[in-house]
Design a protein around this ligand. Structure first.
Ligand SMILES: CC(=O)SCCNC(=O)CCNC(=O)[C@H](O)C(C)(C)COP(=O)(O)OP(=O)(O)OC[C@H]1O[C@@H](n2cnc3c(N)ncnc32)[C@H](O)[C@@H]1OP(=O)(O)O
Length: 239
């Protein structure tokens, strides 16, 4: 875990006012010349590219194992088999995984970590993240995400559009909190869990690893086993 850092959405005015710490200034300046290879040229990839751009990345390329050519204005320049060559060639380039599926995202994350590649944290400038929040590498906060005091968000997570994670929560690695989800205080979300769009979780709930919470579900009890859960009262689909 690293302590929360600001996104690179600072302005020249901030620099001239001397409003940035040395560390922030360094990140800002580095970001301005940096290249990022985004793995996963799908819809989420487009969203991540926009955030990377807003975080100051100048050169943005995609890698994808099944799609070639272009993603909008961005070039898809290779596959995950090219990671080693790119890493050797461009030591300063960053990699970021923009794959919605938690298991596949975790697999690619492990591949990068086996090569000792450190991933950045991407934060949309409109996200509101308390300064006490701890964030793991490779995690993205999409527009209007709100994360409150004392929360820890693990590595390789997606905190999607307008999702809120309130105070003192623990979000483990490789979790996806979908758009419009609201998670109350003191909630624990296990590894690789996917909280579906528009769901709510009341305070002090534990949700196990590898859980899928269906769209629009309200969770009022602990979920103690992996599986797909929907409805009110909550039922498990895959048993
Ligand atoms: C930026 C982005 O796009 S991020 C992506 C956001 N997307 C999401 O959050 C999608 C979340 N996915 C869902 O909610 C899915 O419906 C899942 C994963 C829960 C279930 O998908 P499947 O396994 O394909 O289930 P399937 O569609 O076959 O439905 C099985 C049963 O569950 C019911 N069901 C499925 N989802 C839900 C739900 N969210 N709430 C209530 N009931 C549901 C179905 O009506 C069906 O009921 P029946 O057996 O009585 O007819």
């Amino acid at each position: 875990m690293v302590t929360r850092r600001k996104g690179l959405g600072h302005s020249l005015k901030d620099i001239l006012k001397n409003d940035l710490t040395a560390e922030e200034l360094d990140k800002f300046m580095n970001g301005y010349n940096k290249t990022i290879y985004i793995i996963g040229a799908g819809g989420h990839g487009k969203v991540v590219a926009d955030i990377a751009k807003k975080n100051g990345y100048k050169k943005i390329y995609f890698l994808d194992d099944s799609t070639k050519g272009q993603l909008g204005t961005y070039s898809i320049v290779g596959t995950t088999d090219d990671i080693d060559e790119i890493h050797q060639r461009e030591k300063d380039a960053d990699f970021f995984i923009a794959i919605g599926n938690n298991e596949i995202r975790e697999k690619v994350f492990k591949k990068l970590k086996e090569r000792d590649i450190k991933l950045p944290i991407l934060i949309h400038p409109s996200a509101v993240i308390d300064e006490t929040v701890e964030i793991g590498e490779g995690t993205v906060f999409v527009a209007n995400a709100v994360i409150n005091a004392g929360t820890k968000v693990g590595k390789n997570c997606i905190i999607n559009t307008s999702a809120s994670v309130d105070h003192d929560c623990i979000v483990e690695d490789c979790v996806h909190v979908s758009p419009g989800v609201h998670i109350a205080g003191g909630v624990h979300i296990g590894k690789r869990t996917w909280v579906g769009i528009g769901s709510s979780v009341i305070n002090n709930i534990n949700i196990y690893d590898d859980v899928i919470v269906g769209a629009g579900t309200t969770i009022i009890k602990h979920i103690e086993r992996p599986g797909k859960y929907v409805g009110m009262p909550l039922r498990r689909l895959d048993q």
